[in-house]
Design a protein around this ligand. Structure first.
Ligand code: C2E
Ligand code: CA
Ligand code: CA
Ligand code: CA
Length: 279
C-alpha cells in the first residue's frame, strides 16, 4: 500500500498496490492455501423487505494468511484470476457454500437462499454448467435456492458464449444476479437479453442516497426497469437507517449491508439470524 500511485496512475484496486515480487509470493502462498482451512467463507444476510426476515446469505471468501493475517478478497481474487487458480478456488467456494446451505436447510431454514460470487474466468470455462448441476445434486439443493452473482463484465467478455451458458444455467433453475449493477459498461440491450432474476444496486448509488436527489432518481429508475423485466432488486452497502427507509420506499425487494448484518462465520450467522419464525 506504500507504493500506491508511484507511477502517477490512479490506484484502482488494492492488489495493484502490491509489488510484482509481493504478488508472486502471495500467489505461491495462495496456491498452497487451497484445500486448507486458511480459506473459508463468511456469510452476510440478505433481508427481505416484504417479510422482514432473512431471506438468505451471500458467501464471501476470506483468506487467513499464516503470517500476514486476514487478507481481503480485493487483494487476492484478481491475482487468482490472472493465474487461473480462480477456477479451483471458485469450485471450492461453490461447494462449501452449498454444503453450508444444506446444513441450514436441515436445521429448519429450508427457504433460505445462498448467493455465490462467480468470477468472469469461471464463466468462460465450459464445465461450469456441469459443476453447478453436480453441486446441487451432491447437497440436494433445489436450484432456485442457489443464486449465482455475476458482474456486468462477465457478459461483456464473450457475449454469445456467456449468454448461452447463462441461459443454460437459468433453464436449470438457479437464480442469476447482476452484481455491482450500474458500475460496468454494459448497455440496456444486454440487460434485455440476460436471463437474470435479480439486480444488485451497487454501494455507489446507496452511499449518498439521503443527500442526493440524483441518486434517488437513479435508484428508482433501476427499480422500475428491473421490476418491468421481472427481476428482484437488491440494494447493497446499506449502512444507515435513513438509507434503508429510502430504499424500502423506492421499492427495493432485498437489502444487504452493515446495518442489517456484517459478513460473519456460519456459526455466528445462525446465532444472529436464527429468529423464531412466526407461526
Ligand atoms: P461484492 O460481491 O460486491 O461483495 C460486497 C462487498 O461489500 C463485500 O466485501 C462485503 O463485505 C462488503 N460490504 C457488505 N456490506 C457493506 C456495507 O454496508 N458497507 C460497505 N462499505 N461494504 C459492505 P468483501 O467481502 O471484501 O468482498 C469484496 C469483493 O470480493 C466482492 O464484492 C466480490 O467481488 C469478491 N469476492 C468475494 N468472495 C468471492 C468469491 O467467493 N468468489 C469471487 N469470484 N469473488 C469474491
Ligand atoms: Ca456479490
Ligand atoms: Ca456488489
Ligand atoms: Ca464489488
Amino acid at each position: 500500500a506504500k507504493e500506491a500511485g508511484r507511477n502517477g496512475f490512479a490506484v484502482f484496486a488494492e492488489w495493484m498496490n502490491d509489488s510484482a515480487e509481493q504478488q508472486f509470493r502471495l500467489l505461491a502462498d495462495l496456491r498452497s492455501a487451497i484445500g486448507t482451512d486458511q480459506l473459508f467463507l463468511h456469510y452476510q444476510p440478505k433481508l427481505s423487505v416484504a417479510r422482514h426476515t432473512v431471506a438468505g446469505a451471500e458467501a464471501l471468501i476470506r483468506w487467513k494468511h499464516p503470517e500476514q493475517g486476514l487478507i481481503p478478497p480485493d487483494r487476492f481474487i484478481r491475482l487468482a484470476e490472472r493465474s487461473g487458480i480462480i477456477n479451483e478456488i471458485g469450485r471450492w467456494a461453490l461447494n462449501e457454500a452449498c454444503r453450508q446451505l444444506r446444513q441450514w436447510h436441515d436445521a429448519g431454514h429450508d427457504n433460505w437462499t445462498m448467493s455465490v460470487n462467480l468470477s468472469p474466468i469461471q464463466f468462460s470455462a465450459p464445465q461450469l454448467l456441469n459443476e453447478v448441476r453436480d453441486v446441487l445434486a451432491r447437497h440436494r439443493i433445489e436450484p432456485r435456492r442457489l443464486i449465482l452473482e455475476i458482474t456486468e463484465s462477465t457478459v461483456m467478455r464473450d457475449t454469445e458464449t456467456s449468454l448461452r451458458l447463462l441461459q443454460a444455467l437459468a433453464r436449470l433453475g438457479v437464480g442469476i444476479s447482476i452484481d455491482d449493477f450500474g458500475t460496468g459498461y454494459s448497455s440496456l440491450l444486454y440487460l434485455k437479453r440476460l436471463p437474470a432474476s435479480e439486480i444488485k444496486i451497487d454501494h455507489a448509488f446507496v452511499r449518498e442516497l439521503e443527500n442526493s436527489s440524483e441518486d434517488v432518481v437513479i435508484v428508482s429508475a433501476i427499480v422500475a426497469l428491473g421490476h418491468a423485466l421481472d427481476m428482484d432488486i437488491v440494494a447493497e452497502g446499506v449502512e444507515t437507517a435513513g438509507q434503508r427507509a429510502y430504499l424500502e420506499r423506492l421499492g427495493c425487494d432485498y437489502l444487504q449491508g452493515y446495518l442489517l448484518g456484517h459478513p460473519v462465520d456460519p456459526v455466528r450467522f445462525k446465532q444472529l439470524h436464527d429468529l423464531p419464525r412466526p407461526r
